[in-house]
Design a protein around this ligand. Sequence first.
Ligand SMILES: NC(=O)c1ccc[n+]([C@@H]2O[C@H](COP(=O)([O-])OP(=O)(O)OC[C@H]3O[C@@H](n4cnc5c(N)ncnc54)[C@H](O)[C@@H]3O)[C@@H](O)[C@H]2O)c1
Length: 340
Amino acid sequence: TPLSDNGHQVRLVGTHLDRDIIDSIKQTGIHPNLGLRVPEGTTAYQLEEAEEAFADAELVMSGVNSFGVRWAGDRLAELLRPGMHVISLAKGMESDDEGNLTILPRVLAGQIPAELREQLTFSAIAGPSIAGEVAVRRHTSVVFTGEDSSVIEMWRGLFATSAYHVWTNTDFVGVEVCAATKNCYAFGAGFMSGVLDAMGEAAGDRYVNYNYGAALFGQASIEMIDFMRLLGGEPTTPIGLPGIGDCFVTSMGGRNVKCGRLVGSGLTFSEARDQMPGVTLEGAAAIKVIGGALGPLTERGLITPAQFPLLRHLYEVVGLDQGVDVPWDSFFGSNGSGVL
Ligand SMILES: NC(=O)c1ccc[n+]([C@@H]2O[C@H](COP(=O)([O-])OP(=O)(O)OC[C@H]3O[C@@H](n4cnc5c(N)ncnc54)[C@H](O)[C@@H]3O)[C@@H](O)[C@H]2O)c1
C-alpha cells in the first residue's frame, strides 16, 4: 500500500501455496485474506509467471514467512540480477547444533550464489505493523534495517507516506533479533488469558490478569536486551519500535497468542496445536529454535543458567510439552530491572 500510494508499480508474485489468493486478485482485485481491494498499480502473478514479473523490476520485497525462507532464496537465486536490492519481512532465526543463531535475511542471502550475492543488497523491515492496518492506512511506525545506511535510506524514500512512518537503523543483527524474539515472548502473552479461562467462573469479572501479563512483558524486555549482548546488537535497540513496540502489537492477538492462551488454560502445546490444524505458528517455531539454542549456549559458557528464564520456560512448554509454571522468582535480576 505505501509503495502504491507513492506511485510505484507493484507486481505481487504468489508462492505455490498462494494460488487461490493470486487467482482471487487476478479475477476480482480482492485479497481474500484481508478482504480488501489491492491498491491501484498492483498486478498479481502466479509463481510460474515470476520471470515475467521480475523483468525490468529494480527492487524485490520477500514476504515469504520463516518456514519458506530457504525456498524463497532458491527461487530468488534464479530470478535476481546484479544491482537489484532485496528487502525481506520474515521474522525468525536459524540455529545450528551448537546454538549459533543466524538472522533470516542472512539465511535468505546465503541461498544466492556468492558471485551474484555480492552484487545485491539485503535489508529488512521490522517494527509493529499489522498488515490489514497498513492496508487501510492506519498510522504505522516501522524500522528499516540493513548494513548500508544509503540503501535503507533509499528504501525509506520509496515507502514513507503520511501514514507509514519509517525510521532506519543499521543495527541489522539487533533489529532482526528483536523481530524474532518478540514472536517467542508474544506466545507467552497468551498465558494471562488462558489462566483466567482455566479458573472459569471463579475468576469473576472484576479483575483480569494484567499484572501477570505485565510481568511477562517486562521480563521479555530484559531478555531482549540480554540477546543484544549475546549476539552483538546494540543494547538500546530493543527500546522503541524494534523490540518493545513490536512485542506489544504481537502480544495483543493473533494465532500465536491464541495458542499460548490454550496452553495457559491447561492444555499441553501438542494438544493446543491439534486444535489449530493448518495454522502457521511462527512464534512457537521461533521458541523451538531460539529457546532450543539456549541449552547448547549455556553448555558452551556463553550464557549463564540464570539468564533467559522466561524463554527457557517457553521452551519447556513448547519444545518439551511441559505445563505452564512461570518461574516468577527467577525474573528481573536483583533489582527489578534485570541486573544480576
Ligand atoms: N501479517 C503481518 O501483520 C506481519 C507484520 C509484520 C511482519 N510480518 C512477517 O512477515 C512475514 C509474512 O507475513 P504473513 O502474515 O503474510 O505470513 P503468512 O504466514 O501468511 O505467509 C506469507 C507467505 O509465506 C509463504 N510460505 C509459507 N510457508 C511456506 C513454505 N514452507 N515454503 C514457501 N513459502 C511459504 C506463503 O505462501 C505466503 O506467501 C512473516 O514472517 C511475518 O512474521 C507479518
